[in-house]
Design a protein around this ligand. Structure first.
Ligand code: UDX
Length: 478
């Protein structure tokens, strides 16, 4: 199949590379000439596991790059729209990029064509695209419009594409259903997984990807409802964590207890500083706007948003109570990305928290394994940038963990403690067991779990005494 993918952002580029990987001929299109040239020259604009390998494997063969929507459309059997749908001032998704692309596609529809929306869009966008295509002169009998929402997580987007929990296609003609089934056949039949060079061999190696066929409107709603539900899970566990914290219970135990119910499941129940990223914040807002437009008051989504914002405020208060006052303190911050495994800082809780710490008079020494260049672009010289976690910790009053990078869960604690002025850790991602950290000599504060050593230090022990207690190895949680 010949596939054009319009928009070379996260979703577009990963989809284009993966379509090539499963055997299609692909043209990836972007109107940013510099980006297209860079891609042609072998550069990889985003930090994404396996993407460099796939681009290197297919570039110039099954995967080409272009700036012309018209040429790519005229050549392709199916045209995927993967341009951005940023949040507008009212919370709705801004569809102007989708509309502009639809205009360009329309002028190039001369033979039969399938147009597929893959960008996250409000329900009924398929209908709107169809109208625009017709208004711009595309003959109605020559094209179909389908919806094919993506469920790619940044950091594991390539494997999510190739080993999906499900593929959703929203179609309303036999033509579009047939084409969409053909496009995903290597995954739905399991053929791809039999290849010796298939990516992601492992327990799921011989599976076939499940295909769910729906109407376009249902497919559009599946995307928004999935992301809103996952965001709700995170806000729910964060709210429970706050209650656990006040009564002295442990959110890890609670998570294990509720997650064992197969109707609930334990994924996406990690308490922390809240969700961020380019999808959840925007999609929950956009879904709320969709409900409003339908005349339905979906107040639950407002609560999801509010609990998420509250997590950041509570974290600042937690830091403040751990170091007594924020003004004049130097704090090590581990993590700038909105989650581990990516360099993306969009809507990152870490950046918002750093901003607030600076506003309250602290100095920050920041480290992130991948996101420092992007962090520098927004934070400038308001913070110091460290070369690793230990460099960040050097001479600091406390260390804060804000991104769940696996390497932050494997720090050399002795080295870290020696580097710091005071051994205080405020962990916004619950990467360590409190009892373990207390034994390692840290006053360790986390989310929704008992504060073992910190309780001792915070209640009436002067800081000097407290450090002495830890240095003597007497501070123990158990
Ligand atoms: C999300 C969806 O998972 C994906 O299906 C969709 O298509 C795009 O949006 P992504 O934004 O890449 O993917 O990140 P995800 O892994 O879902 O994490 C989102 C945020 O939630 C991160 O800030 C993460 O740290 C946070 N999170 C996640 C938690 O706080 N707790 C959890 O248990 C899980």
């Amino acid at each position: 199949m010949k596939i054009a993918v319009i928009g070379s952002g996260y979703v577009g580029l990963v989809s284009a590379a993966c379509f090539a990987e499963i055997g299609h001929e692909v043209i990836s299109v972007d109107n940013d000439h510099a980006k297209v040239n860079a891609l042609r020259n072998g550069e990889v604009p985003i930090h994404e596991q396996f993407l460099p390998e796939l681009l290197a494997k297919h570039r110039g063969k099954g995967l080409k790059f272009s700036t012309s929507v018209g040429d790519a459309t005229a050549w392709a059997d199916a045209v995927f729209i993967t341009v951005g749908t940023p949040q507008s001032a009212t919370g709705e998704a801004d569809l102007s990029y989708v509309e502009a692309v639809a205009h360009e596609i329309a002028t190039a529809i001369h033979g039969s064509k399938l147009v597929v929306e893959k960008s996250t869009v409000p329900v009924r966008t398929c209908e709107a695209i169809r109208k625009v295509l017709q208004l711009c002169g595309a003959p109605a009998d020559l094209f179909s419009v389908a919806s094919n929402p993506e469920f790619l997580r940044e950091g594991s987007a390539v494997l999510d594409f190739l080993h999906p929990d499900r593929i959703v296609i929203g179609v309303d003609t036999e033509f579009s259903r047939g084409l969409m089934e053909q496009i995903y056949w290597p995954l739905t039949s399991g053929e791809y997984y039999k290849r010796s060079d298939a990516l992601g061999a492992g327990p799921r190696f011989s599976e076939c990807a499940p295909l769910i066929v729906t109407s376009p409107k249902s497919a559009e709603l599946i995307k928004h409802a999935s992301n809103a539900f996952l965001a709700m899970k995170i806000s729910f566990i964060n709210a429970v964590a706050n209650i656990a914290e006040s009564v002295g219970a442990d959110i890890d135990e609670i998570r294990a207890g509720i997650g064992a119910d197969s109707r609930i499941g334990n994924r996406f129940l990690n308490a922390g500083v809240g969700y961020g990223g380019s999808c959840f914040p925007k999609d929950v807002q956009a879904f709320h706007a969709v409900a409003q437009e339908c005349g339905y008051r979906f107040g639950l989504l407002n609560e999801v948003i509010e609990i998420n914002a509250e997590q950041r405020r509570r974290f600042i208060l937690k830091v403040r109570s751990a170091v007594w006052t924020l003004r004049g303190k130097t704090l090590a911050v581990l993590g700038a990305a909105f989650k581990g495994g990516t360099d993306d800082i969009r809507e990152s809780p870490a950046i918002a928290i750093v901003d607030e710490l600076l506003a309250q008079g602290s100095s920050v020494r920041l480290f992130d394994p991948a996101a420092l260049p992007k962090a520098k672009a927004v934070l400038g010289d308001s913070v110091q940038y460290a070369s690793d976690a230990y460099d960040a910790a050097t001479g600091t009053d406390a260390l804060l963990i804000l991104t769940e990078w696996p390497e932050f869960a494997q720090l050399d604690l002795e080295r870290l403690r020696k580097a710091m002025k005071f051994p205080i850790i405020v962990d916004g991602r619950n990467l360590y067991r409190p009892s373990f950290m207390a034994k390692a000599g840290f006053a360790y504060h986390s989310i929704g779990r008992p504060e073992l050593a910190a309780e001792k230090s915070a209640q009436g022990v002067r800081r000097d005494d407290w450090i002495y207690v830890n240095k003597s190895g007497a501070a123990s949680a158990d």
